[in-house]
Design a protein around this ligand. Sequence first.
Ligand SMILES: [Zn+2]
Length: 83
Amino acid sequence: MKETKDVACTTAVTISVKCNMCTKEMMTECSPEGNGASIGYNGGYDSEFIGDGVIVVFDICEECLFKIIEELKIPPSRVEYDT
Ligand SMILES: [Zn+2]
């Protein structure tokens, strides 16, 4: 048998996703998680730039992501999938 009681709970919901590079709002009706990329990186033991044990997390819109991709000397792999 389960006994119950009423409790008030709160849940964190994302209400805004802004690009860390250009500050543009990334959330749209069709892309509630943001039209772009969330990037997370955990600096390892020999990390020279971020630091050992440091985690950086940021969001970047598709336009800024495209600008970064254009700067790459080796193009990234690209996969097209059926939607
Ligand atoms: Zn941007």
